[in-house]
Design a binder for this molecule. Sequence first.
Ligand code: HEC
Length: 138
Amino acid sequence: MSATSPELPRCHPVRIAPPGGAISKPLQSHIMNTLKRMSLFAATSLLALTATFAHAAPSAALNAKYGVCFACHGADGHAILPIYPNLAGQNKDYLVLTLRQFRDGTRPNAVMGPMAKPLSDSDIDQIAMYFAGIKPGK
Ligand code: HEC
């Protein structure tokens, strides 16, 4: 699991003081400390959750876009039949490289050639990151 998942939502800056700044200094630092602890906790839980979901199931968006890939390689990167390669935990750079080769024909393959044809560079990056981020083995 890579720490930088594309699925992580961004945090909004939190405004804790009213416009006049009517909160005492000690209260202010107490609130700040509580917020810091909370957001650290939230960030840690989110990371753990993302790791779990990345292994268990892809997001609806990924499913819609790459469901065809999952049909052979498995949604969790573990191939549905032994005649297909597992992709879970494969190096991201390798996945990018080989998908580009399938796409431009320098790695000719009757199945993967047509599969890779419609993928843009950013699609390739996205799906490579997804499979690379899954812990292999089950
Ligand atoms: C019909 C089944 C099938 C589908 C659908 C499919 N693949 Fe494949 N994939 C294969 C097979 C078979 C190979 C092995 C190709 C070879 O022998 O070179 C392969 C190879 C690969 C490899 C290279 C693995 C390696 O170890 O070199 C990658 C990466 C890959 N597929 C990604 C994808 C992606 C992304 C999609 C969706 C756009 C997809 N595949 C759709 C069957 C499939």
